[in-house]
Design a binder for this molecule. Structure first.
Ligand SMILES: *Cc1c(COP(=O)(O)O)cnc(C)c1O
Length: 439
């Protein structure tokens, strides 16, 4: 029996106890075929004069995931120097990376950054200060730059909408400052060959279209040297039943049309770039937890499972919903939330983890209260499988809280093999950086 989710997934419930017995629970599971499929969809996005796809590696920075993604031809967007170093350690050349970060590293790391840029890493200037800190080096080495623009006040004096304002409130060179930074660059003879906006809109196609219009507007006004225009990430995936996945074909068709119109107006052929994280990996991942206790109370029935917020913090952080499946110890699928099966005989359970934290649950409302999930009643020892956890789970969780050890991860390969890609932490790793001092 298959655990269903959006798209052509093939996670056989019978694999769950196999994985659990071999490597223990909790554990992260990934699916190579899914990742490769999403890479292919992105690479096939309609475009006018070429498309470059970067994977925003903060979504999942595991080396095996990076190798699968870059093996399909995607390059990387790194959000810190350490991410770039980490990707390089996985065997990926700096020439395939862009760095979009909040800080220009200083000290020893400054030398590292310069070596990376000389080796081909693209630097995405994200503030006026960043420009000032990087300009002389770039000039001395004749390096072209990218600029991340904060589009907030664009469009006839309009401010960013309240809803999404917070999503991009501090990122990038504010559009008001662009002429100033551009003038400083001109003075030094530096070129911005790429312009970048990432609004993280969460997939509203109207916002995607508005962003493209706005961005092409200021590329025309301020960036005569730009040959690449990046529309960022934020392509939505459907995790829960009823959610709508970003329609890559129609988003691409709009971008293509506008870039072609840009050419008709200006004679310039812009390459399009996108840098999704979520879209590449979100639905490639499942978390397998085991039910370790069950409490039936008058108000709410609880299942306690052996992994929660320290594996997946999105429900607590954002109120995000992830589909829950219940699998028996013999591999039978008892219930599956994505396809709402079975339709009857389900019971409400609050599903909580092992942390001493009342918000340690897979389902929370906006006030942080636990929301019960409708499932078939399981036994202690059965499995709770959480879907849509390939992005922003193992890369962002408050791991080691309550001194739980970060679990390992398994990749289901294209041929259906199960391969461990990361070991569970050993206990020594919890304390290895602590010093025995006498006070
Ligand atoms: C996080 C991030 C992305 C990816 O966002 P998704 O919503 O995961 O697609 C892209 N670009 C930048 C600069 C980011 O910080």
């Amino acid at each position: 029996m298959t655990i269903k989710q959006f798209g052509p997934t093939k996670l056989d419930a019978a694999l769950i106890p196999v994985i659990a017995r071999q490597w223990g629970t909790p554990i992260y599971l990934h699916d190579q075929e899914y990742i490769e499929n999403s890479c292919e969809q992105l690479l096939n996005m309609p475009n006018a004069f070429g498309l470059h796809v970067r994977y925003a590696m903060k979504a999942n920075s595991d080396r095996t995931v990076l190798r699968v993604v870059t093996g399909k031809g995607l390059d990387l967007d790194c959000s810190s120097l350490d991410e770039a170093a980490r990707a390089h350690a996985a065997g990926i050349p700096f020439s395939r990376m862009m760095l979009t970060t909040q800080e220009v590293p200083g000290g020893d790391e400054r030398a590292e950054l310069e070596a990376m840029i000389k080796a081909g890493l693209k630097y995405n200037v994200c503030s006026m200060l960043q420009f000032n800190l990087i300009a002389d080096f770039a000039k001395a080495n004749r390096i072209d730059l990218s600029m991340r623009v904060h589009p907030g006040a664009a469009g006839g004096g309009e401010s960013a909408t309240r809803d999404t304002g917070s999503e991009y409130s501090c990122f990038g060179v504010h559009l008001n400052d662009v002429p100033k930074v551009k003038a400083m660059a001109d003075e030094k003879g530096l070129r911005f060959t790429q312009v970048h906006v990432h609004i993280g809109s969460g997939g509203d196609p109207e916002k995607w279209r508005q962003n493209i219009d706005r961005e092409l507007g200021f590329v025309k006004t301020y960036f005569p040297d730009a040959t690449t225009v990046s529309f960022g990430g934020g392509l939505k995936v459907a995790r829960m039943p009823g959610e709508k996945q970003a329609d890559i074909a129609s988003l691409g068709a709009y971008a293509k049309q506008r870039i072609e119109e840009f050419k008709a107006e200006t004679g310039r052929e812009l390459q399009m770039e996108i840098e999704p994280g979520t879209f590449v990996v979100a639905n490639s991942g499942h978390i397998i937890t085991r039910i370790i206790d069950k409490k039936l109370t008058n108000e709410l029935n609880f299942l306690i499972v052996d992994g929660g917020m320290e594996l997946l913090t999105r429900p607590l952080l954002y109120g995000s919903e992830h589909p829950v499946s219940i699998v028996r110890q013999d591999g039978t699928l008892l219930s599956s939330e994505y396809d709402q099966a079975p339709a009857q005989g389900l019971k409400s359970f609050g599903i909580v983890g092992r942390c001493c934290e009342s918000g340690d649950s897979v389902r929370l409302d906006n006030d942080g209260n636990i929301v019960p999930v409708l499932i078939a009643e399981p036994e202690i020892g059965d499995y709770v499988v959480i879907g849509g956890t390939g992005a922003y789970s193992e890369s962002m969780s408050p791991e080691n809280y309550n001194s739980h050890r970060k679990p390992g991860a398994v990749m289901k390969t294209k041929s259906g093999e199960l391969v461990q890609i990361r070991k569970k932490q050993v206990r020594e790793q919890l304390t290895q950086n602590e010093l025995d001092v006498t006070l």
